[in-house]
Design a protein around this ligand. Structure first.
Ligand SMILES: Nc1ncnc2c1ncn2[C@@H]1O[C@H](COP(=O)(O)OP(=O)(O)OP(=O)(O)O)[C@@H](O)[C@H]1O
Length: 365
């Protein structure tokens, strides 16, 4: 196998477990995002892949070969740190050529071109913007043709307006180089918009890995649903392909998981990819029944004038707005609406749900 595979990674610091059997797989040439809240172990996993840290157990395969026993310089891994960390006293070209043999001018020029900075070789790092520095750091990581490129929250130091364009440039450069890459982030928008595959990490485990669309539409559990995008979570009672909750009786999505272990990573390290999970069983006789939790996406909530629900708060963002509405039963829900549709606090509205909803409950067979 080429690409990257990590399986069953366990790591503790001074007896405190940080990674508990983390497993993920990245196909050759794919960009993977490891997405998780602060402190869940993302950087530690990346450092173990890079060889800066040693795992207590588990395996790291790069291009099909086990590298767990190798020092960082023997792993063919390129690293892009958070803050670019260029050598301040070296020119851009010498930064990019740092890990290359002498006389690698052509390769340096090639890599600068890959990141859209051809002609910048003679500049010094202090003459570059933050985004340009980050691109030089990527060129430096790509220069020795690594088996895997690791990016640790690479856009953190950039301001918001710059991030989108630098993200595009970085993704384009990785794709042009054909690199297999893993990017750590706690920003769901960044993960969903950039990556080919997203691995969601929680408390030292990859709880689900899948492509962005499937991850958003079929999260493994309520926690993943709420972390990957916004979620309205309500209590509900399910029967016969529908669920009854504060928003009425709604059809449940065919992507609602049917197994309590849906998407969880077994300790053996095998991959919790959605594609490999058992076929979905939505037949009324054997589906999920009883009490559980309903997940609705805010953009599924449609508001119309007049009704029993009350608008409490409107956050206007231009392209859209977030409207908090109190339902007649007293439960608040947050809807995403078009920015040009006026709602004001105190307005009476009706809330309808567009499409089907996810339901997480006990399975009755
Ligand atoms: N060298 C170390 N010694 C002791 N504890 C450590 C060490 N490195 C990391 N930790 C602890 O391991 C946990 C996970 O840290 P890690 O940096 O991997 O998380 P993270 O998900 O990358 O967080 P963030 O998004 O905030 O960077 C934290 O509780 C951290 O304090």
């Amino acid at each position: 196998m080429s690409g990257l595979k990590v399986a069953g990674i366990v790591k503790a610091f001074s007896g405190t477990p940080v990674l508990r059997g983390a497993a993920m797989e990245v196909a050759d040439g794919d960009l993977a995002a490891v997405l998780g809240p602060s402190g869940c172990g993302k950087t530690t996993l990346l450092r173990i892949v890079a060889g800066f840290e040693r795992a207590d157990a588990g395996s790291v395969l790069i291009g099909g070969a086990e590298v767990g026993h190798l020092p960082p310089e023997k792993r063919r891994v390129g690293v892009v740190p958070q803050d670019a960390a260029l050598f301040p006293h070296l020119s851009v070209a010498r930064n990019v050529g740092f890990g290359l043999p002498r006389g690698s001018r052509e390769r340096i020029a090639e890599c600068l071109e890959l990141v859209g900075l051809d002609g910048y070789g003679r500049r010094m790092p202090y003459e570059l913007s933050g985004g340009q520095q980050q691109r030089v750091a990527l060129a430096r990581a790509l220069a020795p043709r690594p088996g895997v490129v690791l990016l640790d929250e690479p856009f953190n130091a950039l301001d918001r307006s710059l991030r989108t364009s630098v993200r595009d440039d970085v993704r384009a450069a990785l794709k042009a180089a054909g690199a297999t890459a893993v990017m750590v982030t706690h920003d769901q928008e960044e993960a969903l918009s950039m990556a080919d595959t997203v691995a969601v990490m929680r408390e030292g485990e990859i709880v689900q890995q899948g492509d962005p669309v499937r991850l958003y539409s079929a999260p493994a559990d309520v926690g993943v649903a709420a972390f990957v995008g916004e979620a309205v979570v309500l209590d509900g009672v399910s029967a016969d392909g529908t669920v009854t909750c504060a928003l009425g009786t709604l059809p449940t999505s065919p992507t609602s998981p049917t197994s309590p272990t849906f998407g969880t990573a077994p300790a053996t390290g095998s991959l919790p990819a959605l594609d490999t999970l058992p076929a979905l069983d939505t037949s009324p006789a054997t589906g999920r029944r009883g009490a559980g939790r309903v997940v609705v996406r805010p953009e599924q909530l449609l508001l119309s004038a007049g009704g029993e629900a009350t608008v409490e708060r409107v956050e206007y963002y231009g392209h859209d707005a977030a409207v908090t509405v109190r339902l007649p039963c007293g439960t608040p829900v947050r809807a995403r609406t078009r920015g040009d549709v006026p709602h004001r606090p105190g307005d009476k509205v009706t809330v309808r749900v567009d499409g089907s909803v996810l339901f997480y409950g006990e399975i009755v067979r």
